[in-house]
Design a protein around this ligand. Structure first.
Ligand SMILES: *[C@@H]1O[C@H](CO)[C@@H](O)[C@H](O)[C@H]1NC(C)=O
Ligand SMILES: *[C@@H]1O[C@H](CO)[C@@H](O)[C@H](O)[C@H]1NC(C)=O
Ligand SMILES: *[C@@H]1O[C@H](CO)[C@@H](O)[C@H](O)[C@H]1NC(C)=O
Ligand SMILES: *[C@@H]1O[C@H](CO)[C@@H](O)[C@H](O)[C@H]1NC(C)=O
Ligand SMILES: *[C@@H]1O[C@H](CO)[C@@H](O)[C@H](O)[C@H]1NC(C)=O
Ligand SMILES: *[C@@H]1O[C@H](CO)[C@@H](O)[C@H](O)[C@H]1NC(C)=O
Ligand SMILES: *[C@@H]1O[C@H](CO)[C@@H](O)[C@H](O)[C@H]1NC(C)=O
Ligand SMILES: *[C@@H]1O[C@H](CO)[C@@H](O)[C@H](O)[C@H]1NC(C)=O
Length: 471
């Protein structure tokens, strides 16, 4: 190998006129260049490397053994240098992110059999030609997020038998062909978030029996079939956020985490065991239907228009550790709501319009450690009681308010509250009186209105700025 190298450099020296050898990195493209990577790299970090699209670079006089990691920073590299893996035969990790990489050329990965991790995110790659990864037999991690990939063919990932983690997030993929992942028998973690996919071919994951994590967030799916993943015994994490579903049914034997926020969901049914469910920012007016609710340990329903919960909707969620009911449009909470939540450690009811509660609602919350209840319409007297008889007595963590002081009557330990204007109605301190209720509704409307006006104001201001620019 070394002899070959020596011959090759000699050949270069003999054939080319001297001016070629002196080319600096910033010189134009389209030539044979020597680019001594040693001059640019120190401790595996290479900076300010410039390689044009048609440059053919010689990186070193001889192979450089012992370099296992290379990271390129502040570099512009249109293509991976031909002899990179011959120059660095021990290379295991290559980071060439944000380097304006435009194209793959074949043969690109010959000699890259030690390469384990390849990070090519945030470049300008438009496609992955057939068989381009031939040679990268042991690649386990491949990141291609933030490129401009539009499609993947059956043979794009040919030869990548060892890949466990693949990210294709933030590209422009519209379609994926059936066979594209079928060689990756060990694939565990696949990220397709932020593309333009509206469907996946049936059977696309049928060879990826070890798939455990799939991210389909922010695509154009309007339906999701759990059938796609029926063969995966260890599938545990699904993210389908930011697709518009309205109605969704998940049917998995056992799912650790399902993330389906920002889907405009109105109805959700979950069969099988699910442990963590993130449903924030949807349009749920009712609780999700989960026959095995007893297995749910974390439930995020924040930013859903649930309104005042009726009946006893949490009675079957007996193993909850974390519950987020922030910004769900609640004015009150039913007295027995948390009766079965004796394990609950974190509860968030912030950003609602709650004025007062029956203090006994907290009796069952024996394990609570974090309780977030700021940004409500608390009555100051009730808030004092809540603090002294529950929050502080049990040394529970809470969060202070950010409500502007001019809108607030008082603060109790940093949480905004209001006194009843009508002292007479103070007698019935069992829960909001009608008048107090009305007051809190009005207060909330004002809050919403103010926010709206602020938003509009920002918009008008921006328009004025734009006008000013034009003038
Ligand atoms: C990269 O370039 C930026 C600005 O051009 C500079 O601030 C930064 O220090 C450079 N980083 C390295 C590692 O050279
Ligand atoms: C990519 O590099 C450019 C300059 O080379 C820099 O301005 C930009 O912030 C970088 N982006 C990321 C995501 O690192
Ligand atoms: C891709 O492979 C699948 C089988 O894995 C085959 O059905 C399909 O026709 C192939 N597509 C192309 C474009 O070759
Ligand atoms: C799936 O993963 C397990 C454990 O990591 C491994 O033993 C098995 O060989 C993998 N299966 C395939 C088809 O790679
Ligand atoms: C859930 O999936 C299993 C296995 O794929 C199937 O047998 C069952 O009928 C499905 N349940 C529902 C309610 O769709
Ligand atoms: C909430 O979800 C909607 C889709 O229903 C989306 O358009 C919006 O950007 C999301 N908002 C946030 C703050 O994520
Ligand atoms: C689901 O909950 C039931 C009842 O609490 C329990 O027996 C079972 O072990 C749980 N299953 C899993 C996978 O957590
Ligand atoms: C509850 O959800 C809101 C809104 O999605 C979020 O800002 C907040 O951090 C969550 N609370 C906790 C304790 O995670």
């Amino acid at each position: 190998m070394a002899v070959l190298w020596w011959l090759l450099s000699l050949l270069v020296v003999l054939i080319l006129p001297p001016s070629y050898h002196l080319a600096t990195p910033s010189s134009g493209s389209g030539q044979l260049r020597r680019l001594w990577l040693q001059d640019h790299c120190s401790a595996g970090i290479c900076t300010n490397v410039v390689i044009g699209r048609s440059d053919y670079v010689i990186l070193s006089q001889a192979p450089i053994a012992g370099t296992t990691m290379l990271t390129f920073l502040n570099s512009s590299i249109a293509k991976i240098p031909h002899l990179l893996f011959d120059t660095f035969p021990d290379l295991q990790v290559l980071r060439m992110e944000n380097c304006s990489l435009e194209t793959f050329e074949k043969p690109q990965f010959e000699g890259a059999s030690n390469l384990m991790s390849l990070f090519l995110g945030h470049n300008r790659l438009k496609d992955i030609p057939k068989n381009i990864f031939l040679g990268a037999d042991n690649l386990a991690t491949l990141h291609l997020q933030g490129n401009q990939l539009r499609q993947l063919g059956n043979h794009s990932f040919h030869a990548l038998k060892e890949v466990k983690e693949l990210s294709l997030a933030e590209n422009q993929l519209e379609q994926i062909s059936l066979g594209v992942f079928s060689g990756m028998r060990k694939l565990m973690d696949l990220n397709l978030a932020g593309n333009r996919l509206d469907a996946l071919p049936r059977g696309v994951f049928d060879r990826n029996l070890n798939l455990t994590k799939l991210n389909l967030a922010r695509n154009r799916f309007t339906a999701f079939e759990s059938e796609l993943l029926k063969l995966q015994p260890v599938f545990t994490q699904l993210d389908i956020s930011g697709n518009i579903f309205q109605e969704l049914t998940l049917n998995f034997t056992l799912l650790d985490v399902a993330i389906a926020h920002s889907c405009d969901l109105r109805r959700l049914t979950v069969y099988g065991v699910i442990q963590e469910l993130d449903l924030h920012n949807n349009s749920l007016r009712e609780m999700p239907h989960i026959p095995l609710a007893a297995n749910v340990s974390s439930l995020d329903l924040s930013h859903n228009p649930l309104g005042n919960l009726q009946g006893n909707p949490l009675r079957r969620f007996t193993s909850l550790l974390r519950l987020n009911l922030s910004a769900t449009g609640a004015h009150e909470l039913p007295e027995g709501l948390f009766k079965k939540q004796s394990h609950l450690q974190m509860l968030d009811i912030s950003g609602n319009s709650i004025y007062s509660l029956k203090i006994t609602i907290f009796d069952s919350l024996k394990a609570l450690q974090y309780f977030y209840f700021q940004q409500n319409n608390w009555n100051c007297d009730f808030l004092q009681l809540l603090m002294s008889s529950f929050v502080k007595r049990k040394d529970i963590s809470f969060m202070e308010d950010i409500t502007a002081p001019e809108l607030v009557d008082d603060y109790v330990d940093g949480i905004a509250c209001w006194y009843e204007s009508d002292k007479q109605s103070k007698k019935c301190d069992s829960g909001g009186s009608d008048a107090a209720m009305e007051l809190s509704v009005v207060r909330n409307e004002i809050k919403t209105f103010t926010e709206l006006v602020e938003k509009k104001f920002v918009k008008v201001y921006r328009m004025l700025e734009e006008l000013k620019m034009k003038l």
